[in-house]
Each structure stands twice: as C-alpha cells, then as structure tokens.
Design a protein around this ligand. Structure first.
Ligand SMILES: Cc1cc2nc3c(=O)[nH]c(=O)nc-3n(C[C@H](O)[C@H](O)[C@H](O)COP(=O)(O)O)c2cc1C
Length: 367
C-alpha cells in the first residue's frame, strides 16, 4: 500500500507525485536578480531530492522589492534568461514528475537589507541602500528605514509587476507560482493592522487590507491562466493586536475564490516583538485550522524533519502536503530518506542509482 506521504495530489490541475515539498529558501546569491552558479548547483540538487514539489526561493517582482543585493528577481530579461537556463538544467536531472515553482514576492519595508551572513540589518549608507516602500510609513523596527507609503497609482503598479513577473516565470518554464503573503513582506504588510494604517480602500477593514493580496492573485491568474497558483501566508502574527487565524481563514476563502489552489501555512515575520513558540511541527495546527475553516488544500511547514512525523501530518488529515526547508539543506536526499522509511520506490538520476541501496540500508538500521 502506498504511504499517504507518497500518494499523488492534484492542485489546480497540476499533479504532484507525492506530498513532499521543498519550502522556498532565499540563497542571497543572485547577481542583480539573476540566478548564479550557486543556483545551478542548488536547484539541480533539489531536483534530485525526491520531493514532488520544489518551490525555489522568494523571487522579487521589482528591483527595489529585493531583501538584499543578492536576492533573486524576475524583473528583467536577464533574470528571465538565467532562471530558464537554471531550471532547464534542474529538469534534466529531476526525478520523474517533479514540479518546480517560483515564489513571487516584494520585500516592501524589509527591503534594502544585508545578507544574513553580513548581519541581516538595514544596509548602511556605504552599502548601496535604496529607498523602500510599504502600505504605511511604519518602519519594521527602530533604526530601520521608514518606508514610503505607496500611493494609489503606485499600488496598482506593484500589482502589475506581479503579473509581469508571472509571465516571465511562465516563459522561464515554471509549473506553478506561489505568492509570498507571509513573513512580513509587502503583501503581509498590507494584511496586518499593525503595519497597515491606511484609511483608503487598501486599509482599515480586513476586506480592505486583503484587497492587495486578492488583486495580485486576480492579476496573476489573468496573466498566466495556465499556471497553477498557490500562496504562502503568515496565518498568525504572534503579536497582540496583529493578524490572527480567523483573519487568515477569511483571506484563504478570498484567495480560493480567485483560483488559488493551495495555501502554505507559515507564521510571523512582521514584527521584532513576535512571541513565536518554535518547536517540532509548531505551525501544523495553523494548516489544519485553515484547511478546515476555508476548505482549501494546505501545506504544513515548520520544524517537520522526520519522515514519520511528516507522514502522520498527511495521514491524519491535518494538511495535504508538508514542506521542509532546513532539512533539505542538511540532507538534499530527504525525499529518498522518506521513501526508504516507507518502502517506497526511489527514482534517482541514473548516475546516482548505486546509492539507493545505501539509503535503504541506513533507514533500515535506523528502524
Ligand atoms: C535559508 C533559508 C531561506 C529561507 N527563505 C525563504 C523564502 O525565500 N521564502 C519563504 O517563504 N520562506 C523562507 N524561509 C523559511 C522556510 O521556507 C521555512 O518556512 C522555515 O525555515 C521553517 O521550515 P523548516 O523548519 O523546515 O526549516 C527560509 C528559510 C531558510 C532556512
């Protein structure tokens, strides 16, 4: 019998061979938004991971929307060509049926920052910083740049950038798009009553605060009707007075009505004051709440790293898929590890075929 983790799933018309996803992970290694040799190595590695869904990193729809100088983008012809070249290479080594998606984003008030290994704070005057934007002129933290509050016309322009980047993603060959509405980046800055203090149609009520997300989903769907569209949302902000699970359920319903086929349920990232109780599977209950409350397929994420833990989440109907980030960095063959645990077939590139018995032996020894 096929393990629930290895049952195929179809989302928005796109079939994935199993329920395992590589979560998006910024590599901060792009050159003016273009994928580099690092990405070639990284995407090819993930392609051979055994995950049916590979969501490559946060990819910014305009230059000023990058977190750092090293962030990936899809705002130029060069970006598009580099993404296509890298993706073509990854596909050549991927396990059959592996699907690749890009996570379209705008960092908003969390842009113009150092790479994490350079400190991660706002770029200093001698580090080529740039002016940043947000829903309101509210800085992320003390000492951070105060963003320019986008005017109506500018909001519409950013929505257009999402649609344009989606077209580039399609031309580059991605199978699906994930909108990044999590972790305190621009879409979430509009969603949260703490970072959105607008009094126009983009702020105030939840309906107004979610308008930006909904309009982006609508514009992207229209731009690329043949690509599956999903989203990642911070379901809870973990700050008093912030965005809450019940808000997320309403947002999920609205996105679903726009054709969003799944929601990856993450949390936090919009405030240094957050009280986030990280621990094994600490966000699974959020995926479960949204799945039940909005009737949308969900992907659980956050400290899921053991195959049996992952399997139980899917088998118990708490989420439709699981996404892992750090586990795939630590073990880029984690999907094989899960397959060996449940006696499922491992489908490696032929050059790697002789290592399959090694993985099976390891997992047998581990019990
Ligand atoms: C190196 C690194 C880069 C990340 N970049 C992104 C990103 O681009 N987009 C995103 O939504 N989350 C990003 N995250 C968060 C992960 O996708 C994931 O939600 C988080 O690490 C928790 O999952 P884990 O416990 O399996 O690592 C990143 C995490 C790591 C470790």
């Amino acid at each position: 019998m096929t393990s629930p983790l290895f049952q195929p799933i179809t989302l928005g018309g796109l079939t994935f061979p199993n329920r395992i996803a590589v979560a998006p992970m910024c590599q901060y290694s792009a050159e003016d938004g273009s994928a580099s040799d690092w990405h070639l190595h990284h995407w090819m590695n993930l392609a051979m991971s055994g995950a049916g869904m590979v969501t490559v990193e946060m990819t910014d729809v305009e230059r000023r929307g990058r977190i750092s100088h090293g962030c990936l983008g899809l705002y130029s012809d060069d970006n598009e060509a580099a993404a296509k070249r890298t993706l073509d290479a990854a596909r050549r080594v991927a396990a059959p049926g592996t699907r690749f998606g890009t996570q379209l984003a705008h960092a908003g008030r969390k842009a113009s920052c150092q790479r994490p290994w350079e400190g991660g704070g706002p770029l200093k005057p001698d580090q080529d910083p740039w002016p940043i934007v947000s829903a309101s002129a509210v800085a992320y933290d003390a000492g951070w740049q105060v963003p320019h509050a986008l005017e109506e016309e500018e909001v519409l322009k950013v929505i257009e950038h999402f649609a344009d980047a989606a077209k580039r993603a399609e031309r580059a060959g991605f199978d699906f798009i994930e909108l990044h509405a999590a972790h305190g980046y621009l879409i979430f800055q509009f969603l949260s009553p703490l970072s959105n203090q607008r009094t126009d149609r983009w702020g105030g009520s939840l309906e107004n605060r979610m308008r930006f997300a909904v309009e982006i989903a609508k514009a992207v769907r229209k731009a690329v009707p043949n690509l599956m569209l999903g989203a990642r949302l911070s379901v809870k902000e973990w700050v008093d007075g912030g965005f809450e699970v019940e808000d997320a359920i309403e947002v999920a319903k609205a996105l679903k009505a726009e054709g969003v086929a799944y929601l990856c349920c993450s949390s936090g990232g919009n405030s240094p004051l957050q009280q986030l109780p990280a621990g094994p599977g600490y966000q699974v209950h959020l995926a479960e709440a949204v799945r039940t409350g909005a009737g949308i397929p969900t992907r659980a994420v956050g400290l899921i790293d053991d195959p049996k833990q992952a399997e139980a989440i899917v088998a118990d109907g708490r989420a439709d898929m699981v996404a892992l980030a750090r586990a795939f960095l630590a073990d880029p063959r984690w999907g094989w590890r899960a397959a060996a645990t449940f006696g499922e077939q491992i489908r490696p590139a032929p050059q790697l075929a002789r290592s399959v018995t090694t993985m099976q032996h390891w997992m047998k020894s581990a019990g």
